[in-house]
Design a protein around this ligand. Structure first.
Ligand code: AHG
Length: 339
């Protein structure tokens, strides 16, 4: 069959066949996410028309201004994933604490963590945004309420992860540990069709992606690493790199996944303030790291593998370097040498 005629549902089912012990529950969660993504995509597309752009007026747990579509996307994902009792806990960037409801969730075997609408400050200027998700197996016995221990698991034990990019087309990219596969939403059919089977990060990278406006707050290591990427250090990068930065992690990550490159959001040392990372370990960095590794890349916090970090809190933030393994390891090297 031509790859473009394979729907995401068929593909997920095929992947499940490789695991005869599978109960189909993970498959169900991925279906739910794909359906939620279609609903969110439709809402984003029509947002301008319906005059629902703008802030909802509330502030989320990170102290950030919350847009209406963040709340909408969060609600869609919570509703789609909680009703069938497939997941025991849900953690979201938009919720202060995870949901561990009794009822059907008590028997859930998995934990679902997501950032429902990443890059939401970009929505009202018509720039791509995304949904990021990670799925863990619960650690505690089912039949009772899940615990924080079920939520606070390192990325290396992710069972599946992925993202949806709401761009010039809507794409869902996911991995269950057997490669990375991308599906493009065919709007007339309302189906995600396999468009990018077995994605591998190209060996020859093209881009570096970072917010250069923060250079004055970077460490010496990050500054010199950037000079290396620009070809201004004695040692040269593996290719002449161009710069691209959208400011939506999903968009920056997706471009670099397909074209090769490195994205980084390092620690910022602002005068008079404790150094602070921005991106969230559980909702953003770990799922993207899982995808990167599955595509032949790597992700680090500048000193260690992102997938090895055991989270202490749901909203823990980390410095984040992700992309071609050689470029991310070089960042670790510069940080080790220069701080
Ligand atoms: P938000 O959801 O608040 O728009 O944040 C987006 C995140 C992430 O998607 C992106 O990589 C990063 O923040 C951009 O931050 P800067 O604007 O500081 O570069």
């Amino acid at each position: 069959m031509h790859s473009s005629l394979i729907t995401i549902e068929q593909h997920i089912l095929e992947q499940q066949k490789a695991h005869p012990e599978a109960t189909g529950i993970l498959t169900g969660i991925l279906y739910d996410i794909a359906l939620a993504a279609k609903i969110i995509a439709r809402e984003i597309r029509s947002a301008g028309l319906r005059h629902i752009l703008g802030e909802a007026g509330s502030i989320n747990v990170q102290g950030e201004r919350q847009m209406k579509l963040d709340i909408f996307a969060n609600e869609v994902l919570v509703r789609m994933s909680s009703f069938a009792g497939r997941v025991a806990a849900i953690g979201s960037e938009e919720m202060a604490a995870p949901i561990f409801e009794m009822g059907p969730m008590r028997h859930g075997k998995y934990v679902l963590i997501f950032d429902p609408l990443d890059g939401s400050s970009n929505i009202d200027v018509n720039i791509s945004v995304g949904t990021i998700f990670g799925i863990y197996r619960r650690k505690s016995d089912d039949g009772r309420e899940a615990t924080m221990e079920d939520v606070l698991q390192p990325g290396k034990v992710l069972v599946a992860a992925g993202y949806v990019i709401y761009g010039s087309s809507t794409m869902m990219v996911y991995s269950t540990g057997s490669g990375v596969h991308g599906f493009t939403l065919e709007p007339a059919l309302g189906e995600f069709l396999l468009s990018h089977p077995d994605i591998r990060i190209p060996e020859r990278p093209q881009y570096y992606s970072t917010n250069m406006a923060y250079e004055r707050w970077w460490s010496e290591g990050v500054r010199r690493y950037t000079a290396y990427l620009q070809g201004m250090e004695a040692e040269k990068p593996p290719a002449a790199l161009s710069s691209r930065y959208v400011g939506s992690l999903v968009a920056d990550f997706h471009r670099n996944l397909l074209r090769g490159g490195v994205f980084y959001y390092p620690l910022l040392y602002k005068p008079g303030k404790a150094p602070k990372p921005k991106l969230r370990l559980l909702c953003e960095a770990a799922p993207m790291a899982f995808i990167a590794v599955q595509a032949g890349g790597y992700a680090s916090d500048g000193t260690q593998d992102i997938l090895e970090i055991v989270p202490e809190t749901l909203h823990q933030r980390v410095p984040f370097f992700v992309g071609n393994r050689s470029l991310v390891e070089r960042a670790e090297d510069y940080i080790r040498r220069y701080g």
